[in-house]
Design a protein around this ligand. Structure first.
Ligand code: ATP
Ligand code: MG
Length: 420
């Protein structure tokens, strides 16, 4: 028997309702913030990510699912959502629409990583991208959107860490300081960091290697190097966050693992889900669109890992939506009755009531057992007596009470019960 590939997961009915709840909440919050959905392809030309995400990042260096298609084109399954959205923004001329363009997506992502709790090879992100504004208010808005989403889901225990990693100009001095610092310890670095030290020293701060992590602790801090413009922007973002009443920690350790970030970066981190504690990460990317060949358009966004969010909610005992259950199961006791049950169920469904009946030729006892398993709130029995009198016996499974209802009045009866 074939098995699912390592690092992937089947989503079965006893879990899929949780995902629907998370996704519905994401869509609801996006709509409150006037954010519209964008769907981009699951795969892109590889260069979208090498140029967009950056070729010194872990994602591009180690984690991408890249292959040649039958036309010999290099194709990559999306490891993240932003680069594809930026590509679509440029290609479809969204620059000419009313700015800022506020987009969200819910998408699978693919990264070749070592699978463990909160780390899969196919995982899912809810992400948001705001394009066309450099205003610090919109940085805050992106963060508030994520925070609102968490609050709506009753998620607790997440801490918001914010930082500024400056712009291309002020980062030059910082890079020099980092190279100076790391040069002294070059022999302790992992092979990848040795290689990228001169190309992109900030990546070393985000390396997962234990020795590199230790060295990162005492490395020079970006906030000592950012220019007046970036500092003012960062102060303003913080003022907006305070206005929104959101608690945050300024954390110079947050640099993010993708090359496209500038100025604001942030993470929502949990201590309740082990080593993979970052549930949501994001930041500003003022040169990404231009890097991909587009206009000079600023952007800010975040991506939130749905598996990690679920892990956190499960570990902290938060209720995650309601499992699907029909309102009524209709149990026919004979052949004739089956047609009546069939018809009744169809007419209830037409009117918006979730209903189920027998498709397994079960006896009445087995039907009650089944109705119990699928958690039907009511069971309606149609036997020969009911058939002759045009009625149905409806049992409330929770209360154990029973009532006889006219067949043509079942909908009205359930409608009232449902709203009780
Ligand atoms: P990490 O530091 O844990 O590797 P990252 O910096 O690579 O995370 P991002 O690229 O910022 O992660 O992705 C945003 C979010 O997507 C993460 O905060 C996390 O919730 C989720 N995520 C990233 N990689 C995975 C994965 N392999 N499996 C499950 N979720 C993931
Ligand atoms: Mg990663």
């Amino acid at each position: 028997m074939a098995t699912a590939p390592k690092g992937t997961k089947d989503l079965l009915p006893q879990e899929s309702y949780k995902w629907q709840y998370i996704e519905d909440t994401a869509r609801e919050v996006a709509s409150l913030f006037n954010v519209s959905e964008i769907r981009t392809p699951t795969f892109e030309h590889t260069e979208v990510f090498t140029r967009g995400v950056g070729d010194t990042t872990d994602i591009v260096n180690k984690e991408m699912y890249t292959f040649l298609d039958k036309g010999e084109r290099s194709i990559t399954l999306k490891p993240e959502g932003t680069a594809g959205v930026a590509r679509a923004f440029v290609e479809n001329g969204l620059f000419n629409s009313a700015l800022p363009v506020k987009l969200y997506y819910i998408t699978p992502c693919f990264r070749y990583e070592r699978p463990q709790a909160g780390r899969l090879r196919e995982f899912h992100q809810f992400g948001v991208e705001f394009l066309g504004s450099t205003s610090p208010s919109i940085d805050a808005e992106a963060i508030v959107l994520a925070d609102t989403f968490f609050k709506k889901l009753n998620v607790n225990g997440l801490k918001l860490h914010v930082n500024s990693i400056g712009c291309k100009t002020c980062r030059k001095e910082y890079h020099k300081a980092l190279i100076e610092y790391y040069k002294k310890n070059e022999d302790k670095l992992c092979p990848l960091c040795k290689e990228r030290l001169y190309k992109n020293p900030m990546r070393l701060l985000d390396c997962k290697n234990e020795e590199c992590k230790k060295l990162a602790i005492n490395a020079p801090k970006i906030l000592d190097y950012i220019c007046d413009d970036c500092r003012e922007h960062f102060n303003s973002v913080q003022n907006y966050l305070k206005t929104a009443g959101i608690d945050f920690i300024v954390d110079a350790g947050i640099v993010r693992g993708l090359d496209y970030y500038t100025k604001t970066v942030f993470e929502f981190v949990s201590e309740n889900i082990g080593a993979q504690g970052t549930v949501c990460g994001g930041g500003r990317y003022d040169s990404l669109i231009a890097d991909l060949g587009g206009q000079d358009v600023a952007g800010i966004g975040f991506a939130l890992g749905i598996e990690r969010l679920l892990l956190l909610m499960e570990n902290t005992g938060v209720k995650i939506g309601n499992e699907h259950a029909p309102l009524i199961y209709i149990a026919p006791m004979g052949e004739q009755e089956k047609y009546v049950a069939f018809k009744t169920v169809l007419s209830l469904r037409e009117k918006g009531i979730s209903a189920e009946t027998d498709n397994m030729n079960r006896g009445i006892k087995a039907q009650f057992k089944y109705a119990d398993k699928i958690k039907a709130q009511f069971v309606g029995v149609i036997g020969s007596e009911e058939l002759n009198n045009g009625v149905i016996k409806i049992k409330d499974m929770k209360l154990g009470t029973e009532e006889q209802v006219k067949l043509d009045g079942v909908y009205e009866y359930l409608r009232i019960k449902k709203n009780d």
